[in-house]
Design a protein around this ligand. Sequence first.
Ligand SMILES: [Zn+2]
Length: 326
Amino acid sequence: VPAGILHDVRYDEPVLAVDVGGTKLAAGVVTPQGVLVGHRRRPTPVTPDAEVIWTALAELIGTVLTEYGRPAAAAGIGCGGPMSWPAGEVSPINMPAWRGFPVRTRVADLLTGGTGHREMGPVRLHNDAICVAVGEHWRGAGRGVPDVLGMVVGTGVGGGLVLGNRLIDGASGNAGHIGHVLAESDGRVCGCGARGCLEGIARGPAIVQQAQEDGWTGEPTGVALASAATAGNPLALAAYARAGRALGVAIASAVNLTDVSLVTIGGGVIQTGPSLLDPLAQAYADRARLPFSRRPRVLPAQLGQAAGLVGAAALVLRGDRYWSGD
Ligand SMILES: [Zn+2]
């Protein structure tokens, strides 16, 4: 541990928050109360050069801190996985230029100006879906609820698990990875190589692919397919129903395993509405039959795109709840 790092479990200054994804980079400043007071985003450069992406991220951070008007001494980072955690060397699946990229160290160096001399607070990193779950638990739909599974259903399916008001990390920081829970024993092959994972069925591109395989000839985008479902197109409805059922099955399994009382779901795919959510609710009701597992509520996430930044900052601001990495 470098000299000068504070070991307070809670942190009482505004924190730089960073969210690194395959399609966008985001940075902002979050107050100790969990309010995002300024933020910016930009597309992730499409390049095989790791340093080009880093330069874009460093410029974005510089812009945010300049607009905020004062330096930040601590940072929380959410990033797509996989990663070595807590070391923070990241290899996001949808960002091939970064393989073992030391983003946690790079952000720490950036905040100290590379000298290591300025007194600094913690710089911490976690999986981006975990940061969304933490954000929703701290300041969103899960506020005040001790036991929550927070999920994101978009281009991927991810999640994070909070039990007894503590983020559960697991042996390698990967607890709560609901995207790779089995949802159909004979389902599609997932990007991880296994068959039947929730993510392989319910991620947005998989839903579109399912519709195309069934004969859908419309524009191959989630937006077009969602409007077709709303208009009653049977191929679109069937594709969303299959994804909704997979979500309901996986969530029922997760609730039986963890006894959470609330599941929050965010992400673009959820905006589809009843054509996804009704089959989800039906499958959940069919599969969660014990008194404790029938009870949990499934609610939409509240923080929207701010959740990832607020949750990343919470790794520092509420380290007593959300950080056990080092
Ligand atoms: Zn998988």
